[in-house]
Write a protein that binds this ligand. Structure first.
Ligand code: KG4
Ligand code: ZN
Length: 386
């Protein structure tokens, strides 16, 4: 099989990204234009602004990805694009451009699920390291700003299938990082800041009650449509809205509101705050709270994932998505999975958060299977992975 160079395009949320990947195993170029500065003043992603920024960035980002890969529009073998899940307007920008390119260049077009992309970021990473030996069953934790999912992944004749065995009942883990950072006046996005502040606080200072999931949930409703889960399969769901409320209450009972407001104002006045700026504006109470919060989330993610790994007797664990960039999450997974004798793989940090290389990598088995998209496919904001 000759090499196939796939141009990937990703625009599902607040990053406009394009990449060229060779045969699902070699990153040739990877360009990500972040919109963080645009959304920062609002403390979260504003969908209308996201679409507008994607429109502005998509052509130069794709051009740059091709130039860095020393490719031309004509020299790539296929064009892959994120179909969903994500913001409908944002997805449409990438899809429309990918369709236009595929049509004009007469190249195959491949539609990719964003969550499948996150999973294939791990495979791309391992193949780049020369690790082609993957033991199944694989359990993948996809943990980002919009998602906290556990999937059993299987592959047969270049067709990957996924079974969801757990999802969040409310907030995603990354969403909890972002909301907690916001309510502590630490700005947006919260994950990277909390990650860097945690070593400066006492993670044992504040105790949080573990999330209780009382009722069995046999139907996932993440997409607005109901999906039935197999009744005889154990589920490992997550819940992160309780801890956010607990922190809100802690801030109130410890009279931290004026300190939070002062910090918020001080930090917005600094264009790109550094760790020293955050530390200069955080007291011990806040640093301890942040460290305790992160410890609670990390322990919960690791405990539930390893319980699922045991129940389904998996051979390998993948951890991917924006939150997989977290230092403590990586270390805890590595330590605890080793105790169970399980290998755990992560993408490198740039491939953990949203990027297009993962879309191009996930498209490769579909390219081999000639699983191409029809020109009339559209964005699916609540797309399910199966
Ligand atoms: O995968 P991603 O880039 O976008 C989505 O598909 O959602 O993930 C973004 C999320 C944000 O919630 C961000 O706060 C979180 O990932 N994140 C982190 C870290 N870096 C990004 N969370 C914890 N620790 C980090 N180092
Ligand atoms: Zn993502």
């Amino acid at each position: 099989m000759p090499d196939a160079f796939i141009l990937g395009i990703e625009s599902s949320c607040d990053e406009t990204a394009a990449a060229v990947v060779r045969s699902g195993e070699k990153l040739i170029s990877n360009v990500v234009a972040s919109q963080i500065a645009t959304h920062q003043p609002y403390g979260g992603v504003v969908p209308e602004l996201a679409s507008r920024e994607h429109l502005r960035a998509i052509v130069p980002v794709v051009r740059q990805a091709l130039a860095e890969a020393q490719h031309t529009y004509e020299s790539v073998d296929a064009i892959a694009v994120t179909q969903g899940p994500g913001l409908a307007g944002a997805l449409l920008v990438g899809i429309s451009y990918a369709k236009a390119l595929a049509f004009a260049l007469d190249k195959p077009l491949i539609a990719v699920n964003h969550l499948e992309g996150h999973i294939h970021a791990v495979l791309l990473e391992e193949r780049q390291k020369g690790n082609h030996d993957l033991r199944f069953p694989v359990l993948a934790l996809v943990v980002s700003g919009g998602h906290t999912h556990l999937y059993l992944a299987a592959e047969k004749d270049n067709a990957w299938t996924y079974e969801n065995i757990g999802h969040t009942r409310d907030d995603a883990a990354g969403e909890a990082f972002d909301k907690v950072a916001k309510l502590l006046g630490l700005g947006y996005p919260g994950g990277p800041v909390i990650d860097r502040l945690t070593p400066h606080g006492d993670a044992k200072a504040v105790k949080f009650a573990p999330a209780q999931i009382k009722h069995p949930d046999r139907r996932g409703r993440n997409d607005g449509r109901a999906v039935a889960f197999a009744a005889d399969r154990p589920r490992f769901d997550f819940s992160y809205s309780g801890i956010k409320t607990a922190i809100l209450r802690y801030v109130e009972t410890h009279h931290m509101q004026s300190a939070v407001e002062a910090r918020r104002q001080a930090l917005v006045a600094i264009p790109k705050p550094k760790i020293e700026d955050y530390l200069a504006n955080c007291d011990k109470l806040t640093l301890d709270l942040v460290a305790s919060f992160q410890r609670a989330i990390v322990n919960d993610l690791v405990t539930r994932t390893l319980a699922a790994a045991e129940a389904y007797d998996v051979a390998t664990i993948f951890v991917t998505g924006g939150v997989a960039a977290n230092q403590e999450l990586r270390q805890t997974f590595e330590r605890e999975a080793a105790e169970q004798g399980l290998p755990v793989y992560f993408p490198s940090r740039p491939l953990s958060t949203d990027n297009a290389a993962m879309i191009a990598a996930a498209a490769y088995p579909k390219f081999l299977a000639k699983d191409f998209a029809a020109m009339d496919f559209s964005a699916e904001a609540g797309m399910i992975l199966r």
